[in-house]
Design a protein around this ligand. Sequence first.
Ligand SMILES: O=C[C@H](O)COP(=O)(O)O
Length: 249
Amino acid sequence: MSSDRKFFVGGNWKMNGDKKMIDGICAFLTKGPINGNTDVVVAAPYCYLQYSRDKLPANVQVAAQNCYKEKEGAFTGEISPLMIKDVGGSWVITGHSERRHVMGESDEFVAEKTRFAQDSGLGVIPCVGEKLEEREANQTMAVINRQMKALADKIKDWSSVVIAYEPVWAIGTGKTASPEQAQEVHEKIREWLKNTVNADVAKKTRIIYGGSVKGSNAAELAKKPDIDGFLVGGASLKPEFIQIINARG
Ligand SMILES: O=C[C@H](O)COP(=O)(O)O
């Protein structure tokens, strides 16, 4: 069972919200209740990182949704992990499927920024996952293993890594992977970590699921032994996020 891995729930606000909406989210997160056995992180748009940090309760950490792989310089429009830390962020999501497939980020680039963010002192949430046509072509694990290999080639310290498995076909579509489908992939990712990195990393690394997680399906998913939490998009903007945070009970 997964019992010694602390449950981890991330809310990814994506490119949503304004100060008024953030005030509302902070209000329901402050009211809670938030299970003390769960790590809770919300990923705000860059321009609201400081605002969110100032308004959120202390038991909710702040993440950025992306970062660049250098500490400073002539990289117009990019944000450094050091800047994220400077405004109170402690985590960053890397390689979200919208970065990979809308912005064209490669496995290698995602891995480089993951490593640099980690070296800069941020916790990292690298995302992996297959597209629908890849699943239908029985390529799910080939795609995920390729994404994992690029990450593992760069990552030296797994203690600040939380892997997010997000099947692209389940993101924002209302089509959640069934608990069995998600568990199957999580178990294989853990097995891959055991064979490729080591048994200790496989045992300790949290693997969270993302893709149309809601208050109504979170508890069933959370029962699966290799599902250690969630990365939540749309539902993290709503009060049902509290139900998801507390899904493990
Ligand atoms: O990062 C979060 C995921 O992309 C899931 O988004 P969603 O919960 O809106 O499907």
